[in-house]
Design a protein around this ligand. Structure first.
Ligand code: FO1
Length: 312
């Protein structure tokens, strides 16, 4: 049986992940998720990229924001504010229930992989969602405003600080999630979804053994550019590239992944780069506005890595 791995971060990557779940049988897909954005907040373990993916695949996501749930109320947060608590990180009433459940299961000794499997199952999600590691890896942004945890940079400071260096605290001693390295070695292809390479994909690659497994696997590794026409489709990717003295162009993304990837998917806006890069390129519509866009990009990527098209 075929098997495909998709590496994803938050909102942008989750769009292609959704497309893949609509095209592949669930047992043929594993979604490997960044946990570098995780943090302890209000005494709860928050795992934003896992939650964004979970809500997206279960149809519960807030469609315009991409994160959190659509069917939300804010009584707890409002009351928390009245009690002098922190409200900069918007946690809705229903979203809080997921964090309460996750935190209780973790405190009972279950791993993040086990907890994610339980929550996915409760929400009717069939493809496996695998955290990159069960050990803590935390994306730290060294900026002109000092050392910031990821959510402080991304949400509290709204990505305004100038990024000088990005660190993945804990990566050196983190172990890949159970089965991850084996899945990379034995799958039919690995798809790097169009998440922020610097903030969302690099943490996954920082887990010891993952980068080498991607280099060693006979499976093709394909990355979809998150940069289209010189700017990011979503989030601070272009701003960070500028601050890291990189040209905010799709070819810089291909350079960043380097020898890890066998194929780089460019948006039609960047087709002038097709065939001009050291890595094989493919031009497709990578901007996903509709569900059909998500499914179509998934089909294009899977066809490019050799999966025969499904009988329509
Ligand atoms: N992003 C924001 O910009 N503001 C928020 O208040 C916010 C709350 C939040 C709550 C739960 C959750 O799972 C995600 C949330 N996000 C929020 C998004 C999150 O910061 C980012 O999606 C990822 O960490 C980066 O991809």
């Amino acid at each position: 049986m075929s098997h495909y791995l998709a590496l994803t971060g938050g909102v942008g990557g989750a769009k292609l992940a959704l497309g893949l779940t609509r095209v592949l049988p669930p047992e043929e897909l594993t979604l490997v998720v960044n946990t570098g954005d995780d943090f302890e907040h209000l005494g709860l373990h928050i795992a934003p990229d896992i939650d964004t993916l979970t809500y997206t695949l279960s149809g519960l996501a807030n469609a315009e924001l991409g994160w959190g749930r659509g069917d939300e109320s804010w009584n707890c947060l409002d009351t928390l504010g009245q009690l002098g608590g922190e409200t900069w990180f918007q946690l809705g009433d229903r979203d809080l229930a997921l964090h309460l459940r996750r935190t209780a299961l973790l405190r009972a000794g279950h791993t993040l992989t086990e907890v994610t499997a339980v929550l996915s199952q409760q929400l009717g999600i069939e493809p496996r969602i695998l955290p990159m590691s069960d050990d803590p890896v935390r994306t730290i942004v060294h900026s002109n405003q000092g050392r910031l945890s990821f959510q402080h940079y991304f949400v509290r400071e709204q990505c305004k600080p100038r990024v000088e260096q990005i660190e993945f605290e804990g990566a050196a001693t983190a172990r890949p999630a159970p089965g991850l390295l084996e899945a990379i070695a034995s799958c039919d292809a690995i798809i790097i979804c169009p998440s922020n390479p610097f903030l969302s994909v690099d943490p996954v690659l920082s887990v010891p053994g993952v980068r080498q497994a991607l280099l060693d696997t006979p499976a093709p590794v394909v990355a979809v550019s998150p940069i289209v026409g010189g700017t990011a489709v979503k989030g601070p990717t272009a701003k960070i590239m500028h601050e890291l003295n990189l040209a905010t162009m799709a070819d810089e993304i291909a350079n960043h992944y380097g020898e890890l990837i066998d194929l780089f998917v460019l948006d039609e806006l960047d087709k002038f780069l097709d065939g001009q890069l050291p890595v094989q390129t493919l031009v497709a519509q990578t901007v996903m506005r509709t569900l059909e866009d998500r499914e179509q990009l998934a089909r294009v990527v899977l066809a490019a890595v050799g999966r025969p098209p499904d009988p329509q």
